[in-house]
Design a protein around this ligand. Structure first.
Ligand SMILES: [Fe+2]
Length: 126
């Protein structure tokens, strides 16, 4: 049963869906059930995906890659970075060529989780 905040993906259509309100239904794309994604939390390769959060300018700066930035090429890039608090979801969409960073006007102590989507390596959270 999809719950608020769950993220579903269809490898067939490449569609990504985030649930705004849960319900008793099965998500489908092109007649096939969509996969519920479990965000990864630990990098096992050289490329870094786990969001790194630091306070900056009365908010937080989220970096994908603390010391070494994630690639932002046309073939391999971070599509979005999302910050969740108890009553807000803030999302910054990124494009190839952008820095894999996003600033959000929230207090770091209010953050419940931070997610990002890599077009090749999927969903990650911190
Ligand atoms: Fe990646």
């Amino acid at each position: 049963m999809p719950m608020k905040g769950d993220v579903f993906y269809s490898p067939k259509s490449k569609m990504l869906v985030e649930i705004l309100h849960g319900g008793e239904s099965i998500l489908e794309s092109d007649g096939s059930p969509m996969q519920k994604l479990e965000p990864k939390t630990e990098d096992s390769s050289r490329e870094k995906h786990v969001p790194y959060v630091e306070t900056k300018d009365k908010g937080v700066l989220v970096k994908i890659g603390q010391n070494e930035e994630h690639p932002m090429t046309k073939e391999h890039y971070i599509n979005y970075i999302e910050v969740r608090t108890s009553d807000m979801t803030l999302r910054k969409y990124l494009n190839p060529g952008d820095k894999p960073h996003a600033w959000f006007p929230v207090d770091i102590s209010d953050i419940i989780e931070v997610l990002e989507w890599c077009n090749i390596h999927g969903l990650w959270k911190a």
